[in-house]
Design a protein around this ligand. Structure first.
Ligand SMILES: Nc1nc2c(ncn2[C@@H]2O[C@H](COP(=O)(O)OP(=O)(O)OP(=O)(O)O)[C@@H](O)[C@H]2O)c(=O)[nH]1
Ligand SMILES: [Mg+2]
Length: 290
């Protein structure tokens, strides 16, 4: 049984009693909320059900939704009209950075939020990375700016910003290498990117998106901790939500680290991405709504 089915079953079984709150806490841990948050949520629900005299399953579930909503955070990452926008994707190995670069290029073009997009092959570390992004660029008809493997990612970004300016494109989406950086490495590397953008495109709308694989559970929270403690992260992209019935990580990231979620990835196709909506996420998470 999937996570939301089990939650549905739990609430369907009986009216709110102590056992239900204990089982709920366990279930929320499994839903990737993290143990301390899961127990805190179950406790809050227990006391607010007692004080508001709620016991009907639908009422209790609605109360749970409103408690979780208080912890979650959503953000919109959109290109600003009339500015050069630079969106940099970060994250560890294999989480879906390169795929998300392509999905976002397609998404912003389709929505009309970007008139022209340039993809920057900022993963100069892994042998096939540049080729992978170029293939996406060909399929989508989007220009890819790249240099040879081993070159400086900052130099690629520099070229991509220049190419965007020359073509009148208003959005650069930059890929990066999936290494688990130390905090110092990250600060140095990204500090260099900041300088390049400040120098080549002063006034650019520069956003950093952290890509996290939603199937990795608590490990994803640790990744976010490393990145978030080193540099400013503007939003999270939670990928592979199609292979994880859970996704409580969006709530844990907001509560534990203050990180808002911007997008959710739901498959391997270009169209399989959507802005994160806390309200509809919670409906899905709790098996509510239609
Ligand atoms: N099911 C599913 N698969 C995804 C999603 N996003 C990415 N993938 C797949 O995950 C795998 C890794 O994706 P990449 O985009 O190459 O990941 P990456 O972070 O760039 O990886 P490295 O460059 O090696 O660090 C690919 O097979 C993608 O098709 C998603 O939302 N759902
Ligand atoms: Mg990649």
């Amino acid at each position: 049984m999937g996570f939301s089915d089990r939650l549905r079953a739990l609430f369907g079984l009986r009216r709110a009693d102590d056992e239900l709150f204990d089982e709920l806490a366990d279930l929320l841990v499994e839903g990737d909320l993290g143990a301390s948050l899961a127990f805190a949520v179950a406790d809050r629900l227990r006391s607010s059900c007692a004080s508001k005299r709620l016991s009907e399953p639908a009422e209790v579930k609605a109360e749970l939704k409103s408690i979780l909503a208080g912890y979650g955070k959503e953000t919109r990452i959109e290109p600003l009209p009339g500015a050069l926008n630079v969106f940099l994707l970060l994250g560890v190995n294999g989480v879906g950075k390169t795929t998300t670069c392509a999905k976002l290029a397609d998404y912003y073009r389709r929505s009309g939020a970007a008139s022209g997009v340039v993809l920057a092959a900022g993963d100069t570390f892994r042998a096939a990375a540049v080729e992978q992004l170029k293939i996406h660029g060909q399929r989508l008809g989007v220009r890819v700016v790249a240099q040879a493997q081993g070159s400086d990612p900052g130099a690629v970004l520099w070229d991509a910003v220049d190419a965007a300016k020359a073509e009148g494109a208003d959005l650069v989406i930059a890929d990066s290498a999936g290494r688990m950086h130390t905090r110092g490495d990250l600060m140095r590397e990204l500090g260099k990117m900041d300088k390049i953008i400040a120098g080549r495109a002063p006034g650019a709308n520069y956003r950093r998106l952290l890509v996290i694989d939603s199937t990795t559970g608590q490990n994803g929270i640790r990744q976010a901790e490393t990145f978030g403690s080193a540099v400013r992260i503007d939003g999270v992209v939670l990928t592979k939500q199609d292979s994880s019935a859970k996704g409580g990580m969006a709530i844990a990231l907001a509560k534990e680290l203050g990180l808002p979620t911007a997008f959710v990835g739901t498959g391997e196709g270009y169209g399989d991405i959507a802005p994160f909506s806390l309200d509809s996420f919670l409906d899905g998470f709790l098996g509510m709504g239609s």
